[in-house]
Design a protein around this ligand. Structure first.
Ligand SMILES: *Cc1c(COP(=O)(O)O)cnc(C)c1O
Length: 419
């Protein structure tokens, strides 16, 4: 009689223990790429396996984050916003709202954590050029900044429509010495810029590294970007324990590709008592083409090299999307979020353009902080949620970026709406 089955106990599975060696987060992720990219991805995987265990690499990364990026970013009690939420509701309700201040990171958003990490890897691989795609221009600026810091050549692909909406960031990238390549195919936005960047990389990977700006794309990108961004959650955990003596009750982050959310969620993913909530762009309505909420309203499919939730039309073609914020205006999302959604670990919801705009102006007026329009989606939902939670609980919002880039667009939208 065999006793093996009773002796071999399966290890407890932690949700943080993904992806597997094939880049799978459950059924999601993987690497659906043309033959010409397999070698480049293989090299990247091998490089990352090496640096992952290399303390000197992480020491150098952390030193740059401390001296150049300005980490750790603080957590901050949004006292007047909290008071605003508590007005007129039951006195036992109204959680404290805290901000994790990624807007204070150099270049004004969390994106720089990832570009510094990947530029450092570019040096390790002996490559001299980086390319990037950008929507709002924040990842482009962060890439151009990392390129200048490390002395690398930098080409940034940007949809012509986005370049028009985000002129200031185009100028910033050029000032930093990067070359901006405007893309005139398709909807002339982020999806099209990503296609062009991938096409470039197919012919240039011997001397070029492609810095993907979010937890999307083929393996190993979703894992690498998550790991570089997870500094946000690691800091937040320590800061919460020091400030509150315990973990926060809930954490809220906006979800475009999903990197700021993955970054703050990852260290809490196996802390089952902390509610994690991702907020997608609800746009104008839940009708097809009027939002950018693949987790809430899409279905599994392949986009840009990995399997995840995607917004698709009835023929399986990638659907048109809309959001008032260019950084959320993307039909796909990182595969790890698809995994977290299906596991029921993270809740996903939406905030509309209007709700985000209200949160944008309210945060500016009450806290003296102009948040990015992307971030404003997270704040909008955080206010709704805080009103339902006990008043002794704490809710941390990942304040993913500052809104200087958005003031003209917000003014235009507010004038059109409110007169
Ligand atoms: C790019 C951006 C986002 C959206 O990207 P994620 O990968 O989902 O984080 C959100 N907020 C800001 C400020 C951004 O610049």
């Amino acid at each position: 009689m065999s006793t093996i089955s009773s002796e071999v106990k399966p290890l407890p599975t932690l949700l943080s223990d993904v992806p597997d060696e094939k880049g799978r987060f459950g059924e999601y992720g993987g690497a659906y790429v043309p033959e010409t990219l397999v070698a480049a991805l293989q090299q990247l995987s091998e490089t990352y396996e090496r640096v992952r265990l290399d303390e000197r690499f992480w020491d150098e990364f952390k030193a740059i984050l401390a001296t150049f990026v300005g980490r750790p970013t603080p957590i901050y009690f949004a006292q007047r916003l909290t008071r605003h939420v508590r007005k007129g509701i039951d006195r036992s309700k109204g959680a404290e709202i805290w901000f994790k201040r990624e807007d204070l990171a150099h270049t004004g958003a969390h994106k720089i954590n990832n570009t510094i990490g990947q530029a450092l890897m570019t040096k390790r691989m002996g490559k001299r050029r980086i390319i990037a795609e950008t929507g709002a221009g924040q990842h482009g600026v962060a890439s151009a900044t990392a390129a200048a810091f490390f002395g690398l050549d930098c080409d940034v692909y940007m949809g012509a429509e986005d370049a028009r909406r985000q002129r200031l960031n185009v100028t910033r990238m050029k000032m930093l010495g990067a070359n901006v390549i405007e893309v005139n195919t398709g909807s002339r936005t982020l999806k099209d810029a990503t296609n062009e960047a991938m096409r470039d990389w197919m012919g240039s990977s011997d001397h070029t590294h492609y810095i993907i700006g979010s937890v999307v794309g083929p393996h190993p990108f979703p894992m690498i970007v998550r790991d570089f961004q997870s500094i946000i959650g690691r800091e937040c955990k320590g800061q919460s324990i020091r400030q509150f003596g315990k973990l926060p009750e809930a954490i809220v982050a906006c979800v475009g590709g999903g990197s700021n959310a993955a970054g703050i969620f990852y260290d809490f993913i196996d802390e089952k008592n902390v509610r994690l909530i991702g907020v997608e762009a609800g746009g104008r309505s839940s009708r097809a083409g009027e939002h950018a909420a693949p987790l809430s309203l899409g279905a599994p499919g392949v986009l840009h090299g990995s399997l995840s939730y995607v917004l698709q039309d009835e023929h399986g073609q990638t659907a048109n999307v809309h959001s008032c914020s260019a950084g959320l205006d993307y039909p796909g999302v990182g595969p790890e979020h698809a995994y977290w959604k299906d596991k029921g670990r993270v809740e996903y919801t939406v905030a509309t353009d209007d709700e985000a705009l209200d949160a944008f102006i309210l945060t500016a007026r009450t806290e003296g902080i102009i948040p990015a329009l992307e971030t404003s989606h997270a704040i909008a939902h955080a206010m709704r949620l805080a009103a339902t939670l006990p008043n002794e609980s704490r809710l941390v919002v990942n304040l993913s970026g500052r809104g200087d880039k958005d003031v003209e667009e917000a003014q235009r939208l507010l004038a059109a709406r409110d007169g």
